[in-house]
Design a protein. Structure first.
Lengths: 168, 120, 679
């Protein structure tokens, strides 16, 4: 992810309301996150597990001297677990929360592409029978005949940071 | 460029005086008490000395006496920075050999004007 | 004034606070019966400095108030006013009031005019009881040029004869004439009549006199003002000439301004670069210190942290290579390790301040509190120069205040009670600090009533913390006071004892990576011992392996470590593991179980015995690895606090290792089952 992509995205958004999204694959489905949230993409590295945290928090990694937590989105969304594959990467995002910003990473099966999606292309997600918490999804978009699930990454990540658990 | 030695145990006063005089084109060296002032004065002769009276260790009066004993400083203008209520101190300073005094609070213009007058 | 003085104001306010602290300390010392003139002088100087500085910076209310204060102090140091207890109390009150004024001025808020007026009146009363009037303070405006009679030009004749020694004060007649010339038209005539022969001539003496005529729109005061510095060093007569000087006089003049004494000019050597400007950290001390913005220090500390990581990374490679020609590399690495350690210690020390900065509030606090509680307490402090990290210092201050308040409120008894118990009526409270190992130890000792075991147990039972049938060691009972909501005060005074105290105190200390212990003996007294790490950025850790993961145990928590002897392992109800360590049984925490949900067989591993809050516990690990310094990385920055884990670090191989929070870990295991340790 280059700085240029960021600034292009910001400019475009300011001008037309169109967002750029980074899309990735997770259990055969396409998801998208606003590119302005994406800090970088890292290859998989060893993750240090942390006790007393939900199962979907894999642990933490060393990102150039900073300790960054990694969330397993499959587990977070209740999808079937899978081994890390050749294309599995960590997408590092900057999640904006009520109290502060957090740098966090998520495990995705593969990164797809970057798409421009304008607001009118986004349809609301039906709120019945959703596997994923409705709050996490900002909407659905169709690109190249593929359905894309647009994530509210701030909510996804910040909700992964819960109150310290009393028991393990 | 004329040089001035500013002696005061208050850093804020020293800074203010330095700043004011440097703006006016003088070179200023600082000392925070009498001992340091003597040392600095000994290293390099300045054209004028400005000193507070109440300082720990060697006070202004003692400093003036000590300066006047140095060959380079027999006739150097030495001014004390004093407040209204120290008529006694003014007299002591005079006896010790001070040239005169500047009363606190003083405006920067007054300070600069007085010094320029003394240094010609 | 066109100059912007705001940057100097910040320094000035700092100096005010330091001066006020010095005054307070000095006044409290006076209270103890010391009548040392130098001590009073110090207090006076501080007040004088504040007055002068605030006037110069144009903060007008402060000089007004400080003037009365300064005058009283002046009289005390001259012996014209006696140092009474009332006077000291009033002066202390004045210091408080002045501090409030400085706060208000700094923040730009309105000052408490009523309080200021009240205290000032009291000061003035005390002054009039003593000697007679202080000189009224002249407002800055009074030094303005007296309004001259500008409408009419006037002519003045001035007779000026300097005394022989006038030149020795650095006053130069020529300079005086220059000043006069700015007022109007000046003519000068020299009188050489007193010049002795060359043989008798003393170069530094003045033998000349002058007659001067000054014409212009000016008043007598203006002329006198010019001569004010040499008043007493000369004969001066100033007369107004009613008619203008006539032609004849004008002709007779010749300017003799060029005539100068040979020795007057000063030697002016060409100025070289200015000398070092020494800024002092404290008024009245020349410690050669410098103020630095703390963010700069933190940048430095972070860089040193990175260096430590890099160096340990390189060390790993150094260990792997065996070849001979790698010796140079190895030597280099040893050197690097030493350099890094020294640099890191130096960087750490920059952030350190003496604990006296925190201790110095206590004399006042103890005095006021003692008065309020009608108890007599003597405070003794030692080790004020012991240094610790600034952040730790700031965070330990409130807990310390709480402990001192507790000691005064609950510890030290009322004078009658003490007398009945055969103790001196004045209680003793001791604060001391010293370095031990890599820590700073702070002790709060009182010779009061001590902890009452029965009372505590009863209260704990009432609160449902323990059941009546349990037996406890003295240590365990004393530790009960650290439970939340615990307080045995019969009535809750507003001083302490609302029960929010001891558990918060302990938590604060633990959060800093420290420990607190309490030892008490009924009727003899209580000692609270606080142990804190010297730095928050780096810690000495013992690396341990549990499964595939590496964890760091802070060395300060470790009491000892040993190989597990299976025969010493036993259990209670098949659940809680116990280890027989010499004569006592300690609980075993299987970290693998706690962290990973599965455990290894105990007989294969090692036991790290740690101490937390007077309690010893054994941590079961698979393998002990090396000891090293680790740089503490926060988990909270991007994640959240985790129970049992105080932070993370990055090892030499780039992996993240978690740092154990020993007290939190122990407490967490206990929460689920408060099992008393059998004696």
């Amino acid at each position: 992810m280059t700085a240029k992509a960021h600034s292009d995205g910001a400019t475009m958004q300011a001008q037309t309301g169109t967002h750029q999204y980074l899309t990735f694959l997770l259990a055969g489905e396409e998801y998208g996150v606003d590119i302005l949230s994406v800090q970088e993409i890292r290859g998989c590295s060893s993750v240090t597990p942390i006790p007393n945290t939900p199962g979907y928090v894999l642990g933490v990694i060393n990102l150039r001297g900073t300790v960054v937590p990694i969330v397993d989105l499959r587990k977070r969304f209740g999808l079937a677990a899978a081994e890390f594959g050749a294309t599995t990467v960590f997408v590092v995002v900057r999640a904006i929360g009520l109290d502060r910003h957090r740098t966090m990473g998520m495990v995705v099966d593969a990164v797809s592409d970057v798409y421009n999606i304008s607001p009118d292309e986004v349809k609301p997600a039906p709120d019945v029978g959703n596997a994923i918490d409705h709050d996490f999804v900002t909407g659905l978009a169709t690109v190249d005949d593929k359905m894309m699930i647009l994530l509210n990454i701030d909510r996804v990540m910040n909700s992964s940071v819960s109150e310290p658990l009393q028991t393990h | 460029m004329s040089s001035i030695l500013a002696v005061d145990d208050s850093a804020s006063m020293r800074k203010m005086v330095s700043f004011t005089l440097e703006q006016a084109g003088f070179e200023v060296v600082q000392a925070s008490d009498g001992q340091e002032a003597l040392r600095v004065a000994g290293e390099k002769a300045v054209d004028l000395v400005l000193t507070d009276v109440h300082m720990p260790g060697m006070d202004g009066i003692e400093l003036i006496k000590a300066l006047r004993a140095l060959p380079d400083y027999r006739h150097t203008p030495i001014l004390t920075l004093t407040t209204e209520s120290s008529a006694e101190k003014k007299a002591q300073a005079k006896t010790a050999g001070a040239t005169g005094w500047i009363v606190k609070p003083f405006t920067p213009d007054k300070l600069i004007g007085t010094i320029k007058m003394l240094l010609g | 004034m066109s100059m912007d003085l705001s940057e100097f104001l910040a320094v000035f306010f700092e100096e005010c606070y330091e001066g006020l602290s010095a005054m307070e300390a000095g006044l409290l010392a006076l209270d103890a019966g010391c009548t040392d003139a130098e001590a009073i002088n110090t207090i006076f100087r501080a007040a004088h400095s504040i007055k002068g500085g605030s006037a110069t910076f144009g903060l007008n209310e402060i000089p007004q108030f400080t003037h009365a204060l300064e005058t009283l102090l002046d009289q005390m140091r001259n012996g014209r006013c006696t140092v009474t207890r009332d006077a000291i109390d009033l002066l202390l009150e004045s210091v408080d009031c002045l501090r409030e004024m400085v706060d208000g001025t700094k923040a730009g808020t309105e000052l408490n005019a009523k309080r200021i007026a009240l205290v000032q009146r009291q000061l003035e009363n005390m002054l009039s009881i003593g000697e007679s009037a202080s000189e009224p303070i002249a407002s800055p405006a009074a030094k303005e040029h007296p309004s001259a009679d500008k409408s009419n030009p006037s002519c003045w004749q001035i007779f000026f004869r300097p005394h022989a020694h006038m030149l020795q004060s650095g006053n130069d007649p020529y300079r005086l004439f220059r000043e006069l010339a700015t007022l109007g038209h000046l003519q000068v005539e020299a009188d050489l009549s007193s010049l002795p022969s060359w043989v008798e001539l003393k170069p530094e003496s003045c033998y000349l006199a002058w007659k001067l005529w000054l014409e212009g729109e000016l008043a007598r005061e203006q002329i006198l003002e010019i001569f004010q510095w040499v008043e007493g060093d000369c004969d001066l007569k100033v007369e107004k000439v009613e008619e203008r000087a006539d032609e004849t006089q004008a002709q007779a003049e010749s300017e003799v301004l060029g005539e100068r004494q040979a020795d007057i000019p000063n030697e002016v050597s060409s100025p070289s670069a200015t000398g070092a400007k020494n800024e002092r950290a404290g008024a009245g001390q020349n410690t050669g210190s410098i103020r630095v913005n703390i963010e700069k220090i933190d940048v430095l500390i972070n860089l040193v942290g990175e260096l430590v990581i890099t160096q340990s990374m390189l060390n790993r490679f150094g260990e792997d290579f065996e070849q001979l020609h790698m010796n140079g590399l190895r030597d280099g690495l040893i050197q690097l390790t030493r350099n890094t350690r020294e640099l890191q210690e130096a960087a750490m020390h920059i952030r350190m301040l003496p604990i006296g900065a925190s201790f110095n509030r206590f004399p006042r606090l103890v005095r006021d509190l003692g008065n309020k509680l009608s108890k007599r307490v003597e405070l003794s402090m030692s080790g004020e120069n012991t240094e610790l990290d600034k952040t730790v210092l700031e965070k330990i201050s409130d807990p310390l205040v709480h402990l001192v308040r507790n000691a005064l409120d609950h510890g030290i008894e009322a004078p009658e009670v003490r007398k009945a118990a055969g103790k001196p009526e004045t209680g003793l409270l001791q604060l001391c600090a010293y370095h031990q190992g890599g820590n700073i130890v702070i002790e709060v000792k009182d010779d009061g009533a001590g902890l009452n075991k029965e009372k505590i147990l009863r209260k704990a039972q009432e609160q449902g913390l323990v059941s009546a049938s349990d037996t406890f060691s003295d240590e365990q009972v004393q530790n009960l006071i650290f439970q939340p909501g615990f307080s045995t005060a019969e009535k809750i005074s507003d001083v302490s004892g609302r029960g929010v105290g001891m558990d918060v105190v302990r938590k604060n200390i633990n959060d800093l990576g420290g420990h607190v212990q309490i030892r008490s003996e009924a009727n003899k007294g209580t000692i609270l011992t606080i142990r804190l790490p010297l730095t928050l950025a780096i810690l000495e850790g013992q690396l341990v392996r549990i499964g595939t993961e590496i964890y760091v145990v802070p060395l300060t928590s470790i009491v000892e470590s040993l190989q597990v002897e299976p025969t010493r392992v036993s259990s209670i109800a098949q659940r809680t593991g116990l280890y027989k360590l010499r004569d006592e049984y300690i609980s075993i925490i299987r970290l693998a179980q706690v962290f990973h949900g599965h455990s290894h067989a105990l007989d294969r591993g090692q036991l790290v015995v740690v101490e937390a809050d007077n309690r010893r516990v054994g941590l079961a690990v698979e393998e002990m690895l090396g000891q090293q310094q680790v740089v503490i990385k926060s988990l909270e920055t991007n994640f959240q606090p985790i129970r049992g884990v105080s932070g993370a670090t990055i090892l030499g191989d780039g992996r993240v290792a978690l740092i154990l929070d020993v007290p939190g870990l122990v407490q967490g295991c206990i929460d689920r089952s408060l099992t008393p340790i059998a004696a």
